[in-house]
Design a protein around this ligand. Structure first.
Ligand code: NAD
Ligand code: UFG
Length: 334
């Protein structure tokens, strides 16, 4: 059976990808340092899948941790999720971001090379496109960075592009992941006040936060609020399965957007979430947030052509699954 290592596999996107891979018949091993995930995620994955979870508590910055995983398991391919991801924090702590995200990738690639594993899927981001009027954005659009976080993603892509052709690389540029697993047993989990829209609205819906602050209603968009290409995290997970299959079956590298090609405004999301949870959601309008762009949507055609990937789930599905997850968590806390 084909065995895949997920670095950062206990995180939001990694845990959903774990389940999609298991469901597709892969064996999966997780390496995570739990710096941004909860220690009970492996147990939850076991409960959902009914299968034993192999999880190493380790760091991609630690070469010994990586060598131990490759010695214990015959790995055929790696999906590298492990990274720090908060854009605003990266502005305050750029060196931490470069160390973890670029240093971690370099360390991982060296360990993979030593173990003769040269298939890798890399979590990149739509952030590599910077601020552009070209919408939806095609993959050949020039890259430019607007934050240290974005810099680390461009650097990661460039490092992978320098590898010899004995390596097979899938670069996946995610647009805005949202929603939770259909089991409502895993999802985006944050103790802090979220920076991102969906987890913030979710906290308003469960009553942990009083109201949503909408950052700007004076953009050049249909209702004046920011427009994004939200993609259900389970669709994103399916995209990783297809990416890995393509790498392993064709031996050819690819760089693709993972999005829907459709844009939704902040107010569209508020309306969809309100319908999902059956309540009005309080929101006020505030000035634009520094660094935000008006519109960010991705052309999904390459993912369809190269991987056969198409997002199937709607914004309503994202909101309903998020609500099932957060309201269930809330009940468990009581
Ligand atoms: P997440 O924080 O939920 O998951 C990342 C996981 O990596 C966490 O479990 C964390 O504990 C782990 N980790 C971090 N540094 C590590 C290290 N040095 N060693 C071992 N484990 C480490 O984030 P996510 O939303 O699941 O994102 C996964 C990947 O996708 C990241 O690379 C992120 O940059 C990228 N991405 C995310 C988004 C998004 O909006 N969520 C958008 C585009 C790209
Ligand atoms: N927004 C609000 N209020 C909030 C949070 C967000 O109005 O409390 C608005 C933003 O202004 C934006 C939209 O909701 O118009 C989406 O914002 P998010 O913070 O959810 O997402 P971003 O598009 O800003 O950023 C996300 C990831 C980044 C990644 C980027 C591109 O957080 O890591 O997508 O993929 F770089």
């Amino acid at each position: 059976m084909t065995k895949i290592l997920l670095t950062g596999g206990a995180g939001y996107i990694g845990s959903h990808t774990y389940l999609a891979l298991i469901q597709s018949g892969f064996e999966v091993v997780i390496l995570d340092n739990f710096s941004n995930s909860k220690s009970d995620v492996p147990r939850r994955l076991q409960d959902i899948s009914g299968k034993m979870v192999y999880c190493f508590n380790g760091d991609v910055l630690d070469r010994t941790d990586l060598d131990n995983v490759f010695a214990a398991h015959k790995i055929d391919g790696v999906v590298h999720f492990a990274a720090k991801k908060a854009v605003s924090e990266s502005v305050v702590k750029p060196l931490d971001y470069m160390h973890n995200n670029i240093g971690g990738l370099l360390n991982l690639l060296a360990a993979m090379d030593a173990a003769d594993v040269r298939n890798i899927v890399f979590s990149s981001s739509a952030t590599v496109y910077g601020d552009t009027d070209v919408q939806p954005i095609p993959e050949d659009h020039p890259r430019t960075y607007t934050s240290p976080y974005a810099f680390t993603k461009i650097a990661g892509e460039q490092i992978l592009e320098q590898l010899p052709n004995t390596w097979v690389v899938g670069i996946l540029r995610y647009f805005n992941p949202a929603g939770a697993h259909k089991s409502a047993m895993i999802g985006e989990d944050s103790e802090d006040i979220p920076n991102n829209l969906l987890p913030y609205i979710a906290k308003v819906a469960v009553g942990e936060l009083a109201e949503l602050v909408v950052f700007g209603d004076d953009y050049d968009t249909p209702d004046g609020t920011g427009v994004r290409d939200y993609i259900h995290v389970e669709d994103l997970a399916d995209g990783h399965v297809l990416s890995l299959k393509s790498l392993l079956e064709t031996g050819e590298s690819h760089t693709v957007n993972l999005g829907t090609g459709e844009g939704s405004s902040v107010l569209d999301v508020v309306a969809a979430y309100s319908e999902a949870c059956g309540k009005d959601l309080a929101h006020t309008i505030a000035p634009r947030r520094d660094g935000d762009v008006a519109v960010l949507t991705g052309l999904p055609e390459q993912a369809k052509a190269r991987l056969g990937f198409e997002a199937k789930r709607s914004l309503g599905d994202m909101c309903k699954s998020s609500w099932a997850w957060v309201s269930g968590q809330r009940r468990n806390k009581r």
